[in-house]
Design a protein around this ligand. Structure first.
Ligand code: NPW
Ligand code: ADP
Ligand code: K
Length: 499
């Protein structure tokens, strides 16, 4: 499913009209009806419903929604919150259809009148502003949004909660606090950002009849279960351990043996054929009982970088430490040009001095920072990154020729050509030390078994997050979940794909 900016959404509507002959009124009818039927899951016949209608096309959708619900026998009051002269075009046309169907609407004169209605209502549908919002809410919208947010009432939003910007980059806003948002056609960037996503509540997307084959490809999409089913590598009856990748994991130290142990075990649990670990010799006794299937390797004079020949993928950085000796390890790996490389955790800190060399690597380089690590790599603040993660990821990945996995509740995966995928699986049970180490192991394994790196990374993120989701539905809570539980839970997730 594509993720769009407001501009891209307008472009899609234009293409639908020009290339497929759909007209704006038709799209509005489709949108309003699809949203109304989507809302039925959240409303009951005995509910009193208030529909708030703004001046633009979002308001036009509101007239269609109110008419559809009235036709179905629901108790609906439609409130147009702006003067009649403000509604024009398709929205005005649908207002006429609404009236011609025998339905009256109320015009907002003062917010007290509306408040009386809201006091009696069980459900409030926000069809005031959608992707056309610019800047902070003006009156009367700001006042109405405050009234709605204060009331204990079910709040449903059409396309976007009014006031929430569609695009990333905007921080100064006030908005309708929805319990549920029915998004029209394609999720907007703000559905995935830490500061805007909470206004949406739960959400889903309704289809309104745009012609998929004619639409521009903005190369930014939500990665879901169906995509994983389509691209997840299988296991041939005649495969052998060499068919599934020989990986090297470099990291861990005397005081941090667990990280690299979890990476190695997660890689094996995700199907890697062979895993070798290069770590501090003092850490080996702690690691080997936990991953008996792994072998241990070392470089000359007990060094961290062994002979790198023969591996299908290398992951470096988990629990590695950050001194100058380890910096040399990262430097050597960056200059090694034959093996796909994943860099995480301490490796990312040490990588900063060698960013300029990444472009020279001839095989994929994958960086897996959380926002703090990405801030270190870019010199931006965490807040700046969270405000516009799509653009900063794209800029960085294109500039350095890397695959970037920017982790968080919505993980953004960006390719060196700027393509982006978003994974929203996972839950706050993963907000615990070690989750990232497990993800690195899964990603290393997927990279070695999948030709297409973007698929490998997207699938790996999905497997990690959806395992955590399965575990908290059954057997665990978000409080007790451990990173090592996610490793053992992978078997359940893989079984859902093979059955
Ligand atoms: N064919 C299509 O495109 C389809 C579109 N669809 C629907 O249309 C929606 C987009 O419609 P849209 O472009 O009319 O914008 P919309 O969100 O209604 O807002 C515009 C109004 O907001 C006002 N306004 C702006 N900022 C403001 C502020 N800060 N504070 C207060 N007011 C503010 C602005 O006023 P102005 O600045 O012009 O005075 C103008 O009156 C989209 O989200 C989807 O629901 C579907 O029907 C499917 C087909
Ligand atoms: N609240 C959350 N919801 C969903 N996923 C989360 C949440 N918090 C963390 N995660 C996921 O858990 C992992 C944490 O990685 P990271 O921050 O590197 O952890 P650590 O370094 O402690 O191992 C990432 O994959 C991230 O997407
Ligand atoms: K809205």
């Amino acid at each position: 499913m594509d993720i769009v900016t407001a501009q891209e959404m307008y472009e899609r509507d234009r293409v639908a009209m020009e290339a497929a002959g759909l007209d704006g009124k038709m799209l509005m009818e489709n949108a309003g009806r699809a949203v109304a039927y989507d809302f039925l899951r959240h409303i009951q016949k005995e509910h009193k419903i208030v529909v708030l209608i703004g001046a633009g096309n979002n308001g036009g959708d509101g007239f269609v929604i109110a008419r559809t619900l009235l036709n179905l026998g629901y108790d609906v009051e439609a409130w147009q919150v702006v003067p009649d002269a403000k509604t024009t075009g398709d929205a005005e046309a649908h207002k006429r259809i609404f009236q011609a169907s025998g339905h009256p609407y109320r015009l907002l004169k003062s917010s007290e009148d509306l408040n009386t209605s809201l006091c009696r209502a069980d459900v409030c549908i926000d069809a005031m502003l959608g992707i056309g919002v610019k800047g902070r809410l003006r009156e009367p919208y700001a006042d109405i949004v405050r009234l709605c947010n204060e009331r204990s009432i079910v709040r449903l939003a059409v396309d976007l909660p009014s006031g929430v910007p569609a695009d990333e980059g905007e921080e100064d806003f006030e908005a309708f606090q929805a319990h549920y948002t029915s998004i029209i056609e394609a999720p907007k960037q703000s559905a995935f950002l830490q500061h805007t996503q909470p206004y949406y509540g739960e959400w889903s997307v309704v289809e309104i009849g745009l012609p998929p084959k004619q639409l521009p490809d903005h190369r930014r999409r939500l990665w879901g279960r169906a995509d994983v089913e389509r691209t997840l590598p299988g296991r041939e009856a005649h495969s052998h351990k060499g068919s599934h990748g020989k990986g090297l994991v470099i990291g861990g130290s005397r005081l941090m043996p667990g990280s690299v142990a979890m990476t190695a075990r997660a890689a094996l649990r995700s199907g890697a054929g062979l895993i070798a670990v290069s770590t501090d010799s003092e850490a080996i006794p702690a690691i080997s009982p936990y991953v008996q299937e792994a072998t241990f390797v070392e470089g000359e004079n007990g060094g961290r970088v062994p002979d790198l020949g023969g591996y299908d993928g290398i992951a470096v950085g988990m629990g590695l430490g950050r001194n100058s000796m380890q910096e040399t390890v990262v430097e050597r790996l960056v200059r090694e040009k034959e093996t796909p490389l994943l860099v995480d955790a301490d490796g990312l800190y040490l990588l900063k001095g060698f960013l300029g060399e990444l472009k020279n690597r001839e095989v994929p380089t994958v960086l897996t920072p959380h926002p703090g690590e990405f801030a270190h790599l870019t010199g931006l603040s965490i807040q700046e990154i969270l405000r516009a993660p799509f653009s900063y990821s794209k800029e960085f990945a294109e500039k350095h020729g890397v695959y970037l996995v920017l982790k968080g509740p919505s993980t953004i995966i960006t390719g060196p050509d700027g393509e982006q995928r978003v994974d929203v699986s996972g839950n706050a049970g993963l907000a615990k030390g070690g989750s990232g180490d497990v993800l690195s192991g899964i990603l290393l394994s997927m990279m070695m078994q999948t030709e297409h790196v973007m698929d490998a990374l997207s699938n790996g993120c999905f497997l990690h997050g959806s395992t955590a989701d399965l575990l908290v539905q059954d057997g665990h809570s978000k409080v007790d979940l451990l990173a090592s539980d996610v490793i053992e839970g992978l078997s359940r997730t893989f079984r859902t794909f093979s059955s």
